[in-house]
Design a binder for this molecule. Sequence first.
Ligand SMILES: [Zn+2]
Length: 117
Amino acid sequence: MRVRCVPTRATVQARGASALTASMRTHVGTCAGCAAAVSDARVLDVAFADARVFEYTAPSDIEQRILAATGPWAVPDPVRGGRRPGRAATVAAVATAATTAAVGTFVIVLRRRQRAA
Ligand SMILES: [Zn+2]
């Protein structure tokens, strides 16, 4: 391996044969090892150019299949197809919270009046 081999092969490996400078191309013409490296890189360039882009589309029922397979620990996402709590349940929860707050306030006021008396 000669002094010019190291930068030439590093350039070929990192950026491809098209990135070689004029002096590197001249060196490749006189060095069997670098010529082999350039040849290998061109084979890879052709292989990558011919490679098809792989795209995967998940089946539409994938979420239900995963939920069925994972058991009772997983629950359906309410935003993506599961059932949201109904309006009646929301109203009942708000009414319960308001009633609890009102009763609590009444009890606190009653106790303070009893202590003050
Ligand atoms: Zn060389």
